[in-house]
Design a binder for this molecule. Structure first.
Ligand SMILES: [Fe+2]
Length: 177
C-alpha cells in the first residue's frame, strides 16, 4: 500500500481572513462550501489542482489561539479499494484507535487518530463526483462491488452526482480559462 498526499483540513478562527489569504494571496479557488450535516459548521473546500476536489479545507470552529489545535485531519489517497480494507483490519488490532468509516460519495474513507490524537483520513476514490460536504457511514465488510453499488445508491440523488472524469475535465477547463 502506498499513501499519496491529498489534503489537509484546518480549524480556523476567522474564515474571511483565511479565505482572503488562501484565495487572493496563494491563488486557491473555492470548489465547494456548505454545512457539515444539518445545521453544523460550514466547511470551505479549496483547490488549484483540477485532479483534487480540495487541497485545503477550513472549518471555522477554532476557539483557542494555541498553534497545536488547528488541524482537523490530514488525508492520504490509496490506489486500491482493498488497501482501505486491509488498513482498517490492521488498525483494528491497535489499542486506543477509533476508526470511523465514512464515504463522501467521491471517496470511501476511513478516519482514525494517531497516538497523539491527530486526525488521519485514508481514502480510495470512487468513480463519481458529488457536491461537498457529504458524509455517510459505510460498512467496511462489503467487497468492492458491493461498496460501489452502495455508494451509487446512497449518493446518486445528491447534487452534481456524476462521473469523476467529467468533474476533473470541467475543473481543468476552468483553471485554464
Ligand atoms: Fe478529508
Amino acid at each position: 500500500m502506498k499513501l499519496s498526499w491529498s489534503h489537509a483540513v484546518l480549524y480556523v478562527q476567522n474564515k474571511e481572513v483565511m479565505l482572503d489569504f488562501y484565495t487572493n494571496v496563494l491563488g486557491f479557488q473555492v470548489t465547494d462550501r456548505g454545512e457539515i450535516g444539518d445545521g453544523g459548521p460550514e466547511i470551505i473546500f479549496m483547490s488549484q489542482d483540477p485532479d483534487e476536489h480540495h487541497q485545503i479545507g477550513m472549518i471555522d470552529t477554532r476557539k483557542e489561539d494555541g498553534p497545536s489545535n488547528s488541524v482537523a485531519h490530514v488525508a492520504f489517497r490509496v490506489g486500491a479499494f482493498e488497501d482501505v480494507r486491509n488498513l482498517n483490519h490492521t488498525l483494528e488490532k491497535v489499542d486506543g484507535i477509533n476508526i470511523m468509516p465514512l464515504s463522501h460519495g467521491n471517496t470511501l474513507s476511513i478516519y482514525f487518530n494517531d497516538p497523539e490524537g491527530n486526525g488521519i483520513e485514508v481514502f480510495w476514490d470512487t468513480p463519481w463526483h458529488v457536491s461537498q460536504p457529504q458524509g455517510k457511514p459505510w460498512d467496511v465488510s462489503m467487497n468492492e462491488q458491493q461498496a460501489l453499488e452502495w455508494v451509487k445508491a446512497a449518493f446518486q440523488d445528491e447534487s452534481n452526482f456524476g462521473p469523476r472524469q467529467d468533474y476533473h475535465d470541467k475543473r481543468r477547463a476552468e483553471l485554464n480559462a
